[in-house]
Structure formats: structure tokens, C-alpha cells
Design a protein around this ligand. Structure first.
Ligand SMILES: Nc1ncnc2c1ncn2[C@@H]1O[C@H](COP(=O)(O)OP(=O)(O)O)[C@@H](O)[C@H]1O
Ligand SMILES: [Mg+2]
Length: 371
């Protein structure tokens, strides 16, 4: 008799604008997870927020220019899942009495963006006493909101570029709007306008002069009533993957990689991130050894600044003047075949199956419930 398998619920999809990316992340993870060790329960969250059982066929979850994957497309028709107390999941198939799936040992919330990477599902799992991989409630929320992320980084003395926050209240009052627009003009041009709690570059515009500014703010406000405007940084984009340390040790950072933005894209937008055919990363990043060491050190410091757990990807700029600036932390980084996180760990000597194993094992060592 073999050992009993660990039950892992892989939760993906979700209500955010990054639904398709999450499906693609799940597609990759489901294709490598060790089925001898883990009993995998793939669970999709539809764009309407409903939880359903899905067909776990990884091939149907790939993201390419020809197909945008979705939970709806792979859902077991009419099935529904309700997380209930005591780490149990209740499954309802069409026309049947709800079936209790029993305890799940750990949830892998492969969700990006709102209702996934922002602390909300983490809170739900804590309420039900379920173990889960990755960042807790506070770290998820702090990593998601670019304003609070920057405030925490600055408080820890970490380098971030200048920015202005445009709040809903500012935007609605003519006087405040003028004050904010004046503040933005002082950043110089171009600027990047982005939703405070966005992701995958959705809703982001590069603005070269005051003319396009208000329109760009409106475009970002479609995704979030709070908007950030940042001075454009001149340089290359370098990412670094981080894992929580083993046995309570300090976090570990991967070899940094450079993001190669498709020449057809103005910046690292959605098209360039997921749909461009060209190579997406150069690993190791072509920066001096001292800068690479600094990036690895800062990546761990950023991870700790928000009390992150499990895993994260920290994104930087290496400026033309040779300065390292933090762009952001992603507490549930993309895991698609084009994503930096798995590629950088592979280049650091941790291939994807072991990486997934480490993330799950780290989570299993924690107590369920409040972190
Ligand atoms: N201040 C900036 N200077 C230069 N490029 C930027 C700046 N802000 C954003 N970008 C470009 O837009 C991309 C997405 O911005 P980011 O803040 O990382 O948002 P997201 O959370 O959507 O990934 C970056 O990877 C970069 O290409
Ligand atoms: Mg980013």
C-alpha cells in the first residue's frame, strides 16, 4: 500500500481581469505537479465568481494568440463548489445532493489580481481554517495596492521612483483635480498611468504630454477608482523570483532575468507579456555582478517589507544611470510558460516540478488559520 496522497486544491480563473492568465498558470502547474505524491483537485472560479469543478486537462488552459482560456470553457457543466468550515469543500453536480469532498490538505490559489492575489481569498481560507500556499491576507493586500506597497517600501528605505496618487475624491472635485494634475506635471514627461490595484498591464497607459493625461486617468479608473501616476523610468526591466526560506530561514532570491519587451510594443503590456511570439526573458539579466547582487538583496528585502510568505516575484528597473529601482512585488506571480518566475528558478537550479513541490511543502508546514 502506498502512502496516502496529499490533497491539493488548485484554484484558478477568478473574477479579475487576469482570469485568462490564471488559467494559463494553472495549465502549466497541472501539467507538472507530481501525481504520485499529490491528489490534485482542479477548481475553477468563473468570471462571475462561481466555483466549479473543472476538467483538469492542462492543454485546454494554454494561452496563445489564437485562444484565450477560461474556466467557463472547461467547467463540468452545472457543477458548483462551496468552501465550508473545517477545510472542506461541498460539491454540487446538476440535479444532485451536495457531496462533501472532505478535507483538502492545502489550497494552491493560482489567482492573479483582484479576488485572488489581494487577500480576499486568503481571508476566506483563513475563515474556513484551510491551509494555503503563498502570501497571507496582509501581504497579499499590500502587494496588490501599489500605493500601500510603495509606502511600505519607502518606510523600509527601499528605492522607488516618484509618483502621484489620484484618488476618486480628488478626481471628482474640480479644485482637487487641478491640484493633482499640477503635481503630476512636476513629475516630468512621459508618465505611466495605472490602476492602483491592477495587474498584467491592464488599464496602463504611457503618456507623453499633458494632452493625453486625463484620458489615461479615465482609462485606469475603469479598473480602479484609485490611480497611480509615475514618472517614466529610463532603463531595462529586471525581475527576480523569491521563495520563502526553508525551515524559517531568510528568503532566497533567484538569478535575476531581464524582461525582453517585444519591439512591437511600447512597453511591457498585455500583448507583450503573454501573446508575443518572441523570447520573453534573458536569464541571467545583462547587468554588472554588483547590480545583480543588489537586485537579489533588494528582492528579499521587498519580500520581507510586506511580510510576504511562500513565493513572490519582485520587479525592478535597472536605469540607464546604473541605479536599481523597485517597480513592484507580485505575490502570486504568473506561472505561464512565458513567465519569469518558473524560468528564473529553473535557471537557478530549481526545475518546475521541484519548485511546485517546495511551494506546497512550505505551505504544509504552517498551521491552518490565522497567520
Ligand atoms: N514608471 C514606469 N517607468 C517605465 N515603465 C513603466 C513604469 N510603470 C510601468 N511601466 C511599464 O508598464 C509595465 C506594467 O506596469 P506595472 O506597474 O508593473 O503594472 P502591472 O501590475 O500591471 O504589471 C511595466 O512592466 C513597464 O513595462
Ligand atoms: Mg508588473
Amino acid at each position: 500500500m502506498g502512502q496516502e496522497k496529499i490533497r491539493v486544491a488548485v484554484v484558478f480563473g477568478g473574477r479579475s481581469t487576469e482570469h485568462a492568465v490564471s488559467c494559463a498558470s494553472a495549465g502549466l502547474i497541472l501539467s507538472v505537479i507530481d501525481r504520485d505524491r499529490y491528489e490534485v483537485l482542479p477548481i475553477g472560479i468563473g468570471t462571475d465568481g462561481r466555483w466549479v469543478l473543472v476538467s483538469g486537462d492542462p492543454a485546454r488552459l494554454a494561452l496563445s494568440s489564437g485562444s484565450v482560456p477560461s474556466v467557463e470553457a472547461v467547467a463540468v457543466p452545472g457543477s458548483s463548489i462551496t468552501p465550508v468550515g473545517g477545510s472542506s469543500l461541498q460539491v454540487t453536480s446538476p440535479g444532485s445532493v451536495p457531496r462533501d469532498l472532505g478535507a483538502v490538505d492545502v489550497v494552491l490559489p493560482l489567482l492573479h489580481g483582484a479576488y485572488g492575489e489581494d487577500g480576499t481569498i486568503q481571508g476566506l481560507l483563513e475563515m474556513t481554517g484551510t491551509r494555503y500556499a503563498g502570501a497571507g491576507v496582509l501581504a497579499s493586500a499590500a502587494g496588490m495596492d501599489k500605493e500601500y506597497m510603495k509606502l511600505l517600501l519607502v518606510a523600509r528605505g527601499l528605492p522607488v521612483g516618484p509618483y502621484v496618487v489620484v484618488r476618486d475624491r480628488d478626481w471628482r472635485s474640480a479644485g482637487e483635480r487641478k491640484r493633482v494634475l499640477d503635481e503630476i506635471a512636476e513629475l516630468g514627461w512621459p508618465v505611466f498611468v495605472k490602476p492602483a490595484r491592477g495587474g498584467s498591464s491592464i488599464g496602463i497607459t504611457r503618456v507623453v504630454s499633458p494632452d493625453g493625461l486625463e484620458e489615461a486617468i479615465e482609462a485606469a479608473r475603469v479598473h480602479d477608482p484609485k490611480v497611480l501616476v509615475e514618472a517614466a523610468v529610463d532603463g531595462i526591466e529586471v525581475e527576480c523570483a523569491v521563495l520563502e526560506g526553508l525551515d524559517g530561514g531568510p528568503p532566497e532570491a533567484s538569478v535575476p532575468g531581464q524582461v525582453l519587451v517585444d519591439p512591437g510594443s511600447e512597453f511591457y503590456d498585455f500583448q507583450a507579456k503573454y501573446l508575443a511570439s518572441a523570447e520573453t526573458m534573458r536569464i541571467p539579466a545583462p547587468v554588472p555582478a554588483a547590480a545583480a547582487a543588489e537586485i537579489r538583496r533588494l528582492a528579499c528585502a521587498v519580500f520581507d517589507a510586506i511580510s510576504c510568505e511562500g513565493l513572490a516575484r519582485v520587479d525592478f528597473y535597472y536605469t540607464t544611470a546604473g541605479q536599481v529601482l523597485v517597480n513592484e512585488i507580485n505575490t502570486m506571480p504568473g506561472m505561464t510558460p512565458a513567465s519569469g518566475f518558473p524560468m528564473m528558478w529553473a535557471a537557478t537550479g530549481l526545475p518546475l516540478p521541484q519548485l511546485v513541490d517546495r511551494i506546497i511543502q512550505t505551505a504544509l508546514r504552517k498551521r491552518p488559520g490565522l497567520r
